[in-house]
Design a protein around this ligand. Structure first.
Ligand code: KG4
Ligand code: ZN
Length: 349
């Protein structure tokens, strides 16, 4: 079965084709980062309009790249939530209309589940059950995955998501939105031990929930107290790098601590990481070190599959169709779900 996947939940328009036998046949991706950078964050209305502009040409480019025609596609999967309502509606409407026109099934996909399932693209793939760490711009979750559609959330962020925290500190350091990956590059030149920032909620028997907003405030206050210069790119280069590296170390240490605790509590022996922050190389290195001490296998999708993309939706769609998940009813209303918890296996209609 060949599934066309369409992602449009936030600021990336991504389309891909996943084939049950051959794997990923092709992928196209358009990032709106430049469009939103002037505003310091995603502007929902601009995002929706850009998805509308991009989606048809991207489909044409994907078909050309894969040498396929629409008649070669057996089903369409699209992100139906969580995400920005207008952005989701563009992908959902496009996918549903295309499916009706081609008389093929379409399926609403949960963006968080799609991130989580990217680990199954790794060869050899982790076997269920496994622990999944999902760290993105909007979510920080520790999930026990027992099977396709069977997820138990063990911990979640009480406030800022990990990626959101990266982006906000990056802005303080004068980096343009989205600044997570740029901050990580800046941190490569810095000393992670230069400044000690707190590792929130890592006291002896803390819960598996996360809270990054206090850490964010602590970095902002440190900069305000110690730097006479403007809190941005006018800071001396080495100091900016040291702040970036010390902040990154605090976030990564906290995430690693939570993962190790979750693995000890659950007894699971596989950890899969997903979401934009999972592309962070310091996180991968420190997780690798911590897990080798406790005999847990770490599964990291390639960085390009950690950030939003169409492959994860096409693949999740294939998994769902393969597990007899029911397709959309062709004539039913097109619905999207800005909030759609990962524990809820079906679209919350
Ligand atoms: O999964 P994703 O592409 O979109 C959401 O579903 O939110 O994640 C985007 C987030 C942004 O906050 C971005 O700054 C962050 O992931 N990110 C990183 C890195 N690459 C992307 N954060 C830290 N280090 C990175 N290398
Ligand atoms: Zn995402």
């Amino acid at each position: 079965m060949r599934v066309l996947g369409i992602e449009s939940s936030c600021d990336e328009t991504g389309l891909a084709v996943y084939d049950g036998k051959a794997g990923v046949l092709g992928e196209v991706l358009h990032s709106q980062a430049v469009l939103h950078s002037a505003y310091g964050g995603v502007v929902p209305e601009l995002a929706s309009r850009d998805h509308i502009r991009q989606i048809s040409p991207l489909l044409a480019a994907l078909l050309k790249q894969t040498n396929l025609s629409l008649t070669d596609i057996d089903a369409i999967a699209y992100t139906a939530g969580p995400g920005l309502v207008g952005a989701l509606l563009v992908g959902a409407t496009f996918a549903r209309a295309l499916a009706v026109a081609q008389t093929i099934p379409s399926l609403a996909i949960n963006h968080l589940e799609a991130h989580l399932l990217t680990g199954l693209l790794i060869k050899p793939a982790p076997e269920f059950p496994f622990l999944a760490l999902l760290v993105s711009g909007g979510h920080t979750l520790l999930v026990r995955a027992d099977g396709i559609g069977q997820y138990v959330v063990l911990g979640r962020s009480c406030d800022d998501a990990a990626g959101e925290c990266f982006d906000k500190i990056a802005t303080l350091l004068g980096l343009t939105y989205p600044g997570g990956a740029k901050l990580a590059r800046l941190a490569e030149e810095g000393n992670p031990k230069a400044i000690h920032f707190p590792r929130p909620m890592t006291a002896h028997n803390a819960s598996l929930d996360f809270s990054f907003s206090g850490l964010k405030t602590s970095v902002a206050e440190w900069i305000a107290q110690h730097c006479n210069e403007k809190v941005d790119k006018d800071l001396p280069t080495q100091l900016r790098s040291d702040i970036a590296a010390s902040f990154q170390e605090a976030v990564v240490d906290t995430i690693v601590w939570k993962c190790v605790r979750a693995l000890k509590i659950t007894g699971l022996t596989n950890l899969m990481i997903a979401g934009g922050v999972a592309a962070n190389s310091r996180l991968r290195i420190l997780l690798d070190t911590a897990l080798s001490d406790i005999n847990v296998d770490l599964f990291c999708p390639q960085p390009a599959l950690c950030t939003d993309n169409g492959v994860m939706i096409a693949h999740a769609g294939w998994q769902r169709f393969n597990h007899q998940h029911h397709a959309d009813v062709p004539n039913a209303a097109i619905e999207v779900f800005p909030r759609w918890p990962i524990e809820q296996p079906h679209a919350p209609i």
